[in-house]
Write a protein that binds this ligand. Structure first.
Ligand SMILES: CC(C)(COP(=O)(O)OP(=O)(O)OC[C@H]1O[C@@H](n2cnc3c(N)ncnc32)[C@H](O)[C@@H]1OP(=O)(O)O)[C@@H](O)C(=O)NCCC(=O)NCCS
Length: 178
């Protein structure tokens, strides 16, 4: 559990008691329930590496983030590095643009580093993720189902860069998005 830079916000791991509010929050943040169903499926197939929520001073869950395992597609190259995918991140619509998403992303990236994760991939707005260090140029060294400026990568360790380029596979529930 960590206190975030945003005032009166605590970032902590998800517990089973959060499941319903997380479903409602993710559904509210996106145009449909596709992302909420993705979170549910990833969680229950054991693909999630880290799932955290931001909780405000009143104890309300106001943000959610999930990271799932990404595996090297071929035996050999890249087997030595730990890779995750950030998806999705959600803040209640009426609480957006007050620093919650940034606090959640920064705290969870610190936690991933503590856990020994080395490379983080994301598919999202190119105007948002570079502020956390995500880089579309680095992601060009990661071959998989996604490409383009919205596909970005962040190295949490220097040593993982030696293992690039690599080809990767995302957790099975992402096949609906390919
Ligand atoms: C994206 C999201 C998690 C950001 O959380 P937040 O708490 O609103 O963001 P913060 O307050 O930390 O940061 C606000 C900044 O992010 C920018 N931003 C937010 N959503 C953005 C988007 N979809 N595209 C580009 N920039 C975005 C804002 O313009 C603002 O920029 P500024 O700092 O230059 O003014 C939140 O807006 C959300 O839940 N959106 C709907 C779901 C979604 O699109 N998730 C991301 C894809 S997985």
């Amino acid at each position: 559990m960590s206190d975030s830079d945003a005032p009166n916000l605590t970032i902590r791991d998800v517990t089973p008691a959060d499941e319903v509010v997380v479903r409602d929050l993710v559904t509210a943040a996106f145009p449909s329930d596709v992302e909420a169903r993705l979170v549910h499926t990833l969680r229950h197939c054991g693909a999630l590496v880290l799932e955290q929520v931001a909780v405000d001073a009143d104890g309300q869950v106001v943000g959610h983030i999930a990271y799932s395992r990404v595996t090297p597609a071929a035996i050999g190259r890249g087997q030595a590095i730990q890779i995750v995918c950030l998806a999705p991140v959600s803040v209640w619509p009426d609480r957006q643009k007050s620093g919650i998403g940034s606090a959640l992303i920064r705290a969870s990236l610190d936690r991933l580093k503590e856990l020994g994760e080395e490379l983080v991939l994301v598919l999202g707005p190119p105007a948002y993720y570079p502020r956390f260090g995500f880089d579309p140029v680095l992601a060009k060294k990661v071959q998989g189902p996604y490409a383009g400026d919205a596909f970005m990568a962040l190295a949490l360790s220097e040593s993982c860069l030696r293992h690039l380029p690599i080809e990767v596979a995302f957790a099975t529930p992402f096949e609906d998005f390919e």
